[in-house]
Design a protein around this ligand. Structure first.
Ligand SMILES: [Zn+2]
Length: 188
């Protein structure tokens, strides 16, 4: 794997890539900005992964991964496109996290005789968009669902930055995409 997503400064309007501390670039950090919670931010540049690696990952995701839409109503309405892969082998998931970001968790199944599982997931809407767009040309099963997820991300992404409420129309669109994804996941 040659490269991964580039991290950029979390300060609004700043796109510096040389980071100092707490997700800030040297310039913003020296100004004493951003004391509270922060999350790693990535730029939207296309990632430089070779085509064979992408084809491998897309095939793996096609078979083992999932795309779903979640709606949370408390404490306030929040919508989220969820990209996940579960597997009993950690190594393939590490390729995904190295390339597209996101974390890997270990969990145990209810049946103690079964192997522990690893789950990789993306919880950033922007990274989810980069991921789906990168894999899209190679997907053979999840292409329709991927297309729908990209539409849903267009609703989610502008809200990741500000705290505005979703309009009723946006929520309706999101719910109809969600239902369509459920239908497609059942058919395939
Ligand atoms: Zn900065």
């Amino acid at each position: 794997m040659k490269s991964k997503l580039t991290q950029i400064c979390v300060e609004k309007g700043c796109n510096n890539t040389a980071l100092a501390c707490r997700g800030l670039c040297w310039s913003c950090y020296s100004k004493g900005r951003r004391q509270g919670k922060w999350e790693i931010r990535y730029n939207d540049d296309p990632i430089d992964v070779n085509q064979l690696d992408l084809a491998y990952m897309s095939g793996f995701f096609d078979g083992e991964g999932s795309i779903s839409l979640k709606v949370k109503t408390r404490p306030k309405v929040a919508i989220q496109v969820q990209i996940q892969i579960s597997n009993s082998i950690k190594k393939p998931l590490e390729i995904f996290s190295k390339t597209f970001g996101g974390k890997i968790f270990k969990y145990h199944k209810k049946n103690k005789n079964e192997l522990p599982q690893y789950k990789w997931g993306l919880n950033s809407a922007r990274r989810s968009k980069v991921f789906i767009k990168s894999c899209m040309p190679y997907l053979k099963i999840k292409q329709d669902v991927g297309e729908l997820a990209l539409q849903a991300l267009e609703i989610q992404i502008p809200h990741s930055k500000n705290n505005k409420k979703y309009t009723e129309e946006q929520l309706n669109v999101f719910y109809s995409i969600k239902n369509e994804i459920i239908r497609l996941n059942k058919c395939s």
